[in-house]
Design a binder for this molecule. Structure first.
Ligand SMILES: Nc1nc2c(c(CN[C@H]3C=C[C@H](O)[C@@H]3O)cn2[C@@H]2O[C@H](COP(=O)(O)O)[C@@H](O)[C@H]2O)c(=O)[nH]1
Length: 364
């Protein structure tokens, strides 16, 4: 058969085994596609290629040194360890509420949770408050509890998140609404259990992310940008699936055959570390607003450019690492977890030289 003639046998095989329907049925979140669109249509945020290449080398070297893996997740304070449905419920509750902990107060006055002799702020305050509630006999991770108007009231949630300072947790009412909505949706569609959502996704991370975005409005982190009506960031939907994958070490409830297709979770910490590393460049006006800790409204072009370019930047870092180390056991999730932890280490060491952007919303 000459080169110009098609291999009909091969074409028949492909037609039989890879019909358009089956290819079309591969779930995709479209987050990366949206991030690339934002990157190509950004004017206030840009990527610096030299710093991004240098960051890829540093990240790879540090992750190797720290043997960074899904096991790192289990090592964090107060993360649930049981490999059963109680951890699934904990992670779902945690990622329903995993947003907007930043404070306009200084370190001493900001919202904080005291638990097991530790003073926890930020994301850690969320994990600590949930563990403390469970110890106090409040079934805060149960959707039946969320559904009970008598038991799960705004005052009970205020008690769960009672602060060691005068400042209350930001967006308490919105957090309450997230639990209410999730309780209703789980009751109506998933037999009151998030494990049924995981089963419905049939071990596809993308399918579970899409299921969360399509069935729970509080996970549907989507915004119009330039000529696109629906740029999907899906930060909490993706981190929920990633936390399951990490907590269960890729097995059982955490087994996802397409986990490498998820992106970073566009919050306020990863952009901050990328900006500090010189990978993300902001226009003088935007950099000045960030440095002065000015609030940027949710949905503002600046905010979406920061989020979209951060996702795209880490995709380029991921590609650069795999270009130089094809066998590296690495994906956007592990890079993300590493960057978040690196930023927190810098903050703890007083090296938070450039602030993070301030947007108050339920999305991250
Ligand atoms: N992109 C990304 N965002 C993350 C995390 C985490 C914690 N994940 C743990 C699990 C595995 C990792 O090793 C981490 O230890 C919280 N956040 C987000 O940050 C913000 C809280 O910031 P602060 O107030 O400073 O604590 C808030 O939007 C929260 O949703 C992450 O990993 N990636």
């Amino acid at each position: 058969m000459s080169d110009s003639e098609p291999d009909n046998d091969l074409l028949d095989f492909l037609r039989q085994h890879f019909s358009k329907a089956s290819i079309a049925s591969v779930p995709e979140t479209k987050v990366l596609e949206g991030a690339e669109y934002v990157y190509h249509n950004s004017i206030d945020v840009a990527l610096d290629s030299q710093s991004t290449i240098a960051a890829a080398a540093m990240i790879y070297e540090q992750m190797q040194k720290k043997q960074y893996s899904t096991k790192t997740w289990q090592s964090h304070d107060f993360h649930p360890q049981a490999l059963d449905a109680s951890t699934v419920d904990f992670i779902f509750t945690m990622d329903l509420l995993n947003f907007s902990f930043w404070s306009e107060n200084d370190e001493e006055e900001r919202f904080a949770i005291e638990y097991q002799g530790k003073r926890c702020t930020g994301y850690k305050s969320l994990v600590a408050a949930l563990q403390r509630a469970l110890e106090e006999g409040i079934p805060i991770t149960s959707s039946d509890f969320w559904q009970s108007e008598d038991e799960c009231t705004i005052d009970v949630l205020r008690h769960v998140f009672r602060s060691a300072t005068a400042e209350e947790i930001p967006l308490l009412r919105e957090r309450f609404d997230c639990l209410q909505e999730a309780g209703e949706v789980l009751y109506e569609k998933y037999q009151c259990s998030f494990t049924k959502c995981i089963e419905a996704a049939n071990h596809s991370a993308a399918a579970l992310v899409n299921l969360l975005a399509e069935n729970f409005t509080c996970f549907n982190d989507v915004f119009p940008y330039e000529n696109r009506k629906n740029v999907r960031f899906l930060k909490r939907a993706q981190i929920c699936v990633a936390d399951l994958w990490a907590a269960f070490d890729g097995k059982g409830y955490g087994e996802f055959h397409d986990i490498d297709g998820l992106t970073i979770f566009a919050d306020y910490r990863v952009p901050q570390i990328l900006n500090s590393l010189g990978c993300l460049w902001y226009s003088p006006l935007l950099q000045s607003a960030v440095n002065q800790k000015k609030v940027i409204e949710s949905g503002h072009s600046w905010e979406l450019q920061i989020r979209g370019c951060s996702i795209w930047c880490v995709e380029l870092i991921r590609r650069e690492i795999l270009r130089k180390h094809p066998d590296a056991n690495i994906n956007a999730i592990l890079i993300d977890f590493f960057l978040y932890d690196l930023m927190k280490e810098r903050e703890a060491a007083g090296q938070e030289d450039i602030p993070h952007h301030r947007t108050r919303s339920i999305w991250y």
